[in-house]
Design a protein around this ligand. Sequence first.
Ligand SMILES: Cc1cc2nc3c(=O)[nH]c(=O)nc-3n(C[C@H](O)[C@H](O)[C@H](O)COP(=O)(O)OP(=O)(O)OC[C@H]3O[C@@H](n4cnc5c(N)ncnc54)[C@H](O)[C@@H]3O)c2cc1C
Length: 426
Amino acid sequence: MNKLACDVVVIGGGIAGIQASLDLANMNYKVILLDSGPSIGGKMILLSKTFPTLDCASCIATPRMAESTHHPNIKILTYLQIVSIDKHDSSFEIKILKKPRYVDESKCIGCGRCSEVCPVEVPNEYEGGLVPRKAIYIPFPNSLPNVALIDKENCIKCGACERVCPVKAIDRNQKQEEVLIEAKAVIIATGIDLIDYSKKIEYGGGKYVNVLSSYQFERILNATHPYGHILRPSDGKIPRNIGYVLCVGSRDLNWGVKYCSAVCCMYSIKHAIMALHHLHDAEITIYYMDIRTYGKGFEEFYNRAVKEGVKFVRGKVAKIEEDPETKDLFVYLENFDTGKVEIRRHDLVVLAVGIVPTINDSALFKAKLNVYGFIERKLIDVDPASTSIDGIFVAGTAAGPMDIPDTITSASAAAMKAALYIERKG
Ligand SMILES: Cc1cc2nc3c(=O)[nH]c(=O)nc-3n(C[C@H](O)[C@H](O)[C@H](O)COP(=O)(O)OP(=O)(O)OC[C@H]3O[C@@H](n4cnc5c(N)ncnc54)[C@H](O)[C@@H]3O)c2cc1C
């Protein structure tokens, strides 16, 4: 078993984990940053632009990812599973299983020639399944590490990748590797997932091809977008009439989660403004219960959307139906302002899907979870980075839905608390 030691283990390499690692490393603490996925970057690196400034998300995230990768005080391990976290007197022991990539990380130069020749195509999870990827692939354009991996379940072992790899990095004999890390403190930054929208069967997500999740639409709007333009999946037609349904699974006592997912109103407004910038004459309607624009510049961003022509309709969408021939969609809603039931036609419908925590295993992560399954903060008002366990801290959306600025603030708070904890233990 491989053994490593550091001051702080940060679990989760999204923007929260990256920020906490950089803050600690710049204070001269040794950090090991762990991510279960094959690349760091989390959700932010896959976003298009950020509200309310419409800054390019990857232009902000990529330099931070690169800085953490090259920082002498940070070691990054990806594509792994946390097996256990045990607390001893003054330290933690974190056991991980590093999964085999079947590509030697130290040799791969990220040229992508292996993917070009691979004959197997499966849905690309990073593009919301809208386009395919190969069985050997680099997760997304600015992945870090920029290294390929083989999806063993779908690989047909044809040998095409081995034949073209210029550095002979393919290694089918790789085995999973156990690593034991000793650390003085732990930061949990495991982030968020989206609710499975296909379970809201009345809305037809996952069934009607032109009903997309907000994540899928986020990818379509991205500069590296899967289609190269905004179009609808069924026929490649440019949508002229897009419907946006808010609170899909959030604030829903019957299905989904009870709480507000905090970012959906704002990212939906962002999507609407961006879509209008691409499709000047399109009609974009947002169906909502309330618009929650609570942050700096948020209300102004909403006003901008109204001014630029986005239509806001206060109402509750009951169901969505598809015209089987045209694949157009009919949205059935109760309009709260008129009190009437309406049916409206759209080329494309986007569902603003609610947010849930990625972890549900408090036994593994040790720290107590709150009623919604996020890591419980010790004292939310005055000590939001501490958890129920001394020496384990929480950063970013692992503690609950929040936007990127709040995530960064929370990550820096967790880094500072971890540093104070280490110094106190001295
Ligand atoms: C569609 C959409 C659009 C958005 N648009 C905006 C926007 O415009 N502006 C804005 O401010 N916010 C936006 N947000 C919110 C933003 O994405 C989050 O605030 C931010 O990504 C949170 O970062 P994080 O690091 O806390 O979590 P994440 O980005 O979720 O990162 C968590 C990381 O932890 C890793 N991980 C998970 N479980 C484990 C485990 N068990 N072990 C090891 N690693 C693990 C994951 O692989 C991931 O890399 C949007 C969100 C969505 C869904």
